[in-house]
Every structure is written in C-alpha cells, then in structure tokens.
Design a protein around this ligand. Sequence first.
Ligand SMILES: [Zn+2]
Length: 98
Amino acid sequence: MFQALLSIFESVVSHPEFLVPTMWVALGCTIAWYLLSAKKWHEVTHHELQMLWKTHKQFTRCTSKGFEPIRKGKKIVGYKCQCGHQHIQQKPLINFGA
Ligand SMILES: [Zn+2]
C-alpha cells in the first residue's frame, strides 16, 4: 500500500505536467463547493419575514393584506405574498457585514 502511494507520488513529482491539471480540478471543485454551499437556504425569523414583506409592499406598492411563509422542512426561508410575489431568502454570496 505504502509502496503504491510512493510510486504515485514519485511519478507525479517526476512529471509535474500532471500536477497542474490536478490542481486546477481541485481549485474548480473548491470554488463550485463554495458557491453551492453559499446558496443554501437561509432561515428567517417571523420578525424578519414581516420586515421583508413590508419592504416588498413599499417598493411595489402592493396592497395585499397578508402573506404565507414558505418553508423548507422546519425552516422558514421566505414568504409568498397574496399578490403572487415570492421571496426566498438566500445567504448573500459575499457577506462583509457579518
Ligand atoms: Zn405583494
């Protein structure tokens, strides 16, 4: 087992041209993972939901009287306004504030 690993290591070291694509693949996987993990559902509280909905009403001059929370499992991740507007909260990709 160790001999096999050693021979792989030796062949990589003696052929650095194999190392470069491997590094690019690793880098690509890391970036893809980061982007995907950053887009996971972000749970919002009832208070935040109210704030988001009121903001939507202000911006769109929506006159609906209510909204329904959108759930993913047990988490509240957004709302559906009576006007048909949906908002799903996602983590910002780059968060300098927190
Ligand atoms: Zn609305």
